[in-house]
Design a protein around this ligand. Structure first.
Ligand SMILES: NC(=O)c1ccc[n+]([C@@H]2O[C@H](COP(=O)([O-])OP(=O)(O)OC[C@H]3O[C@@H](n4cnc5c(N)ncnc54)[C@H](OP(=O)(O)O)[C@@H]3O)[C@@H](O)[C@H]2O)c1
Length: 292
């Protein structure tokens, strides 16, 4: 059973592995309910959403499961994101993909996420992408109002560079509790480009999106991973998640599978403590050479 951990000393406690709802419009309502219940049964209590997932439909289908099973809400933490707009029949005023971090849009989007999910609060709201027109004063006003009214308990960002994170944090009297970024054995930049260093400086943990590279990480020569899989009695997907969680910044992987059995499989990866040399050997596999 996965334990909860704080993502920031002043932030929320989340399950160390988080379930991402991005791909969940592709399953039937019955499977969706199974995904949610399987996650909760394994201790994966935190669910990652965004206003735009499933062409603005995934929050609502998830909310329908909560409506049908009202006792589930108190067992989980909900994250959503805002700020991306694109042309869609659901959003007829957008004619080009763009970002909107205006005060008005952040508040509207968060309140709409609450309505779609059928809840009165989000444990965490993130700005989805760095917006070149982002005015930190407006974001701060929107965040503060949402927090004051209890609609959003904590705030953070996604896909921000260290300088963008630091700039926005400078304008807030409370912490950005995370930066949700792409990290996996297929995408190792953040280990070396300052993303994770910055979060450790601010005592925040990263949330890793596409922690299996959207499935790409697992496209490896099985003969190469055979010995390590046998050593830990684990699948390569479990080793890949354990590899992320070994990082001292306490990365929270957001898994994206649409198969309940794979949620159970992922949950077991929290029991694996990779040896330092095995960690570096896995890094060597993806870098194609040893560290210098
Ligand atoms: N902030 C952002 O900008 C951003 C961007 C992208 C994603 N996200 C978040 O990150 C979450 C995860 O992203 P992701 O779906 O790309 O994550 P992922 O866990 O890296 O990839 C999941 C994909 O890998 C496939 N897969 C193949 N073999 C698998 C195995 N053995 N175990 C598990 N999955 C396997 C899954 O297929 P099956 O479904 O058939 O298992 C699914 O298509 C999203 O749901 C979303 O919440 C955030």
């Amino acid at each position: 059973m996965i334990q909860k951990q704080k993502i920031h000393p002043e932030g929320p406690a989340f399950s160390r592995i988080i379930a991402g709802a991005w791909r969940w419009h592709t399953v039937s309502p019955v499977v969706l309910e199974r995904l949610i219940n399987t996650a909760l049964d394994c201790g994966i209590t935190t669910f990652d959403h965004a206003d735009i997932y499933g062409d603005h439909g995934n929050e609502e289908i998830f909310g329908n499961v909560l409506k049908k099973n009202p006792s589930l809400r108190s067992k989980m933490e909900l994250i959503s994101k805002c700020g991306i707009k694109f042309p869609s029949s659901k959003r007829p005023t957008a004619w080009v993909k763009h970002y909107d971090s205006s005060k008005e849009h952040i508040i509207w989007s968060a309140e709409n996420s609450l309505k779609m999910l059928g809840t009165d609060r989000l444990e965490l709201l993130l700005i989805h992408r760095p917006d070149p027109l982002l005015d930190p004063h407006e974001v701060a006003e929107a965040f503060s109002l949402l927090r004051q009214h209890g609609k959003v308990q904590h705030v953070g960002v996604s896909n921000f560079t260290p300088s963008q994170f630091r700039m926005l944090q400078h304008h807030l009297p409370y912490p950005l509790v995370t930066n949700q970024i792409e990290i996996s054995l297929s995408k190792i930049d953040s280990l070396f480009n300052g993303d994770l260093d910055l979060l450790m400086e601010f005592n925040a943990s990263a949330m890793a999106w596409s922690p299996l590279g959207g499935g790409k990480t697992l496209e490896v020569d099985e003969r190469e991973v055979f010995n390590k899989a046998a050593k830990y009695n684990a699948s390569y997907s479990q080793l890949s998640l354990a590899w992320l969680m070994k990082h001292p910044s306490k990365i929270f992987p957001i898994i994206g599978t649409t198969q309940p059995e794979r949620i159970t499989e992922a949950a077991r990866s929290t029991d694996i403590n990779l040896d330092r040399q095995d960690w570096f050997e896995m890094l060597k596999w993806v870098m194609g050479k040893e560290v210098p």
